[in-house]
Design a protein around this ligand. Structure first.
Ligand SMILES: [Zn+2]
Length: 372
């Protein structure tokens, strides 16, 4: 293994050892470590102002973005490549009994090898090509690669045409506050240092597309992400009068079924399709147990987008909602008719006031009502 690859591996282990689960003080710790590494590089000792630390606004965990700019001296050009990564990880609950080793790749591997494992996993672990540990893959190894590369380029600025800007952010695994606030620094640097950003490389993990896939993928372009949600208000009823309500839980479940993984919602742009939506949360909004059906429920989706407009997406989702509610009413009537038959009772057709509002429409309606 080359010297650089060796350093990347070692650095990954160090970064993993500083647990930086999203929403913990570890995010600050790991930022301090990255900053320390950069400030030790001779180039940044000479140009300390080119390491920029941006504390997040009003952040109780003191999290911060870390930027570092290496300016090429071969030809002075404005062209700049951004090395973009995140320093936080998801939690370690899923390690179960191995939680104590989640931040120690070597020990974790030993412990795992002592367990019963699927053949493929055992083979990988024994091959020495794999490192385990929370964040090893997503994406501390990626950050380590950038850090070592940046050091390399900083030692060879006379051969470097163009500039490299490292940007490592916290809070990636949920709200993205790091990169959102980081845009300010990117824009300031653009202005002050006269940078022209031509490319941003994010070397977060990629994965096989199917079992046994050994390709390594590189993705170009960008994909947008929306988080559309439905708040469902039904009509609660006692389970002893179950046909008298409109169950918000069932409606939310039907929305999930209608929208999740449905390729109708893929956004195809220039021959490339996004992945379909996935349900990220589905719950009723009952606070406690009782024998009533749920009055309200919510469901929201991860929704990828290339080029479709918000208007067209909202219209599609609204239509899906209307269809789902109509189908739900039909199937309730179908079951109710059957029930009346088997229980030998009389019943009337069920009708509900079904309406799907966008947030904007609801807001408007409420505003109008409150002004009356
Ligand atoms: Zn990631």
């Amino acid at each position: 293994m080359t010297h650089m690859a060796e350093e990347m591996k070692k650095l990954t282990e160090q970064l993993v050892s500083i647990g930086s689960v999203n929403g913990t003080f570890g995010e600050k710790e790991v930022a301090l470590f990255i900053e320390g590494y950069l400030r030790e590089i001779p180039y940044f000792k000479e140009h300390p102002q080119q390491v920029i630390i941006q504390p997040l606004e009003k952040d109780t965990l003191n999290r911060r973005n870390v930027f570092a700019l290496v300016k090429g001296e071969k030809n002075h050009t404005e062209e700049t490549i951004i090395f973009h990564g995140h320093m936080d990880t998801v939690g370690i609950e899923d390690y179960g009994g191995l939680k104590a080793y989640a931040w120690n790749p070597k020990e974790l591997k030993e412990k795992m090898l002592a367990m019963e494992l699927p053949e493929e996993v055992r083979r990988d672990l024994e091959s020495d090509d794999w490192m385990c540990g929370r964040g090893a893959c997503d994406m501390k190894s990626g950050v380590a690669v950038f850090m070592v590369l940046l050091k390399y380029f900083s030692k060879h600025v006379e051969e470097l045409s163009g500039n490299i800007l490292l940007s490592v952010n916290p809070v990636e695994e949920n709200l993205h506050t790091g990169i959102i606030e980081g845009r300010k620094v990117l824009e300031e640097l653009q202005e002050k240092e006269n940078l022209h950003y031509i490319l941003a490389i994010n070397n977060d993990y990629t994965c096989p597309l199917y079992e046994g896939d050994t390709n390594h993928y590189l993705y170009t372009g960008a994909v947008g992400k929306l988080l559309p949600g439905f708040y469902v208000q039904g009509k609660e009823t006692h389970v002893g009068q179950c046909f008298e309500g409109f169950d918000a839980s069932v409606a939310a479940a039907k929305l999930a079924e209608r929208i999740s993984l449905n390729t109708e919602f893929c956004d195809v742009y220039e021959g490339e399709s996004t992945l379909p939506p996935s349900v990220l949360k589905l719950k009723d909004l009952k606070d406690f147990y009782n024998v009533q059906t749920a009055f309200s429920a919510l469901v929201y989706f991860n929704y990828f987008v290339h080029n479709a407009s918000m208007e067209s997406i909202v219209a599609k989702l609204k239509q899906a909602g209307e269809e789902v509610f109509a189908e739900m009413e039909n199937s309730m009537n179908e079951q109710y008719t059957k029930y009346c038959k088997i229980s030998k009772t009389a019943g009337k057709e069920l009708h509900y006031h079904k309406k799907v509002y966008t947030y904007e429409e609801l807001y408007q309606a409420v505003t109008e009502k409150s002004q009356k």
